[in-house]
Ligand binder design. Structure first.
Ligand SMILES: CC(C)(COP(=O)(O)OP(=O)(O)OC[C@H]1O[C@@H](n2cnc3c(N)ncnc32)[C@H](O)[C@@H]1OP(=O)(O)O)[C@@H](O)C(=O)NCCC(=O)NCCS
Length: 168
């Protein structure tokens, strides 16, 4: 397995992985209409291009080097809102690639990159009903807050804010 930084050329692939992963992740949490709305908002090629070029989000891709198949992605932003905090915006693995240790590798890699940039915490938002919360707790994240975010069209994101201190 390799982890490499994505470029603009990889954005269609990232979008495809999201479209394969979201129904499985959020099918029992969000309405089909909200899933479609959020996918368009966050994963249209325009939205992804803005994230990578203007918002300074960095995407990493995991690839199975035996089969050449991509397994999933993580995106992060260093110095989030001027704080020494690396914000993980997205972390998604294809359903068949979950539970095999790749998520842990992503968190470890982003943590190492963050520390090398003097960022001393990892932060993220997670839907309050997503079982990924248990994964994050296992990785050393703690719930530090609750946020309800109005994303338009009558839809709400009901999140926990989680953080993990990084130890140099
Ligand atoms: C959440 C996700 C990134 C985790 O990555 P993963 O590769 O499946 O997790 P790992 O195999 O690296 O698991 C690491 C540890 O967390 C534990 N863990 C993972 N998911 C868990 C869960 N749902 N409940 C309890 N523990 C869990 C594992 O048992 C493992 O523990 P161990 O080190 O003691 O063996 C991945 O499952 C995923 O993409 N899920 C769907 C998308 C999603 O919800 N993304 C998060 C959006 S905020």
């Amino acid at each position: 397995m390799t982890i490499t930084q994505a470029t603009e050329e990889d954005l269609p692939l990232i979008r495809d992985i999201a479209y394969q992963t979201w129904p499985n992740t959020f099918g029992e949490i969000l309405s089909p209409a909200q899933i479609s709305y959020m996918l368009e908002m966050m994963y249209s090629l325009d939205a992804l291009t803005t994230q990578i070029n203007e918002k300074k989000h960095v995407f990493l891709l995991a690839k199975n080097t035996d089969t050449d198949e991509y397994l999933g992605y993580v995106s992060y932003e260093l110095d989030y809102t001027g704080q020494p905090l690396a914000k993980i915006h997205k972390i998604y693995l294809l359903p068949a690639s979950q539970g095999k240790g790749v998520g842990r590798l992503f968190i470890d890699q982003v943590g190492a990159i963050a520390l090398a940039h003097q960022n001393t915490r990892l932060g993220l938002n997670v839907n309050r009903y997503n079982k990924a919360i248990q994964f994050y707790e296992r990785m050393g994240f703690l719930i530090v807050g609750t946020e309800d975010i109005d994303i338009g069209d009558g839809f709400l994101m009901e999140d926990f804010v989680m953080e993990k201190p990084l130890i140099p």
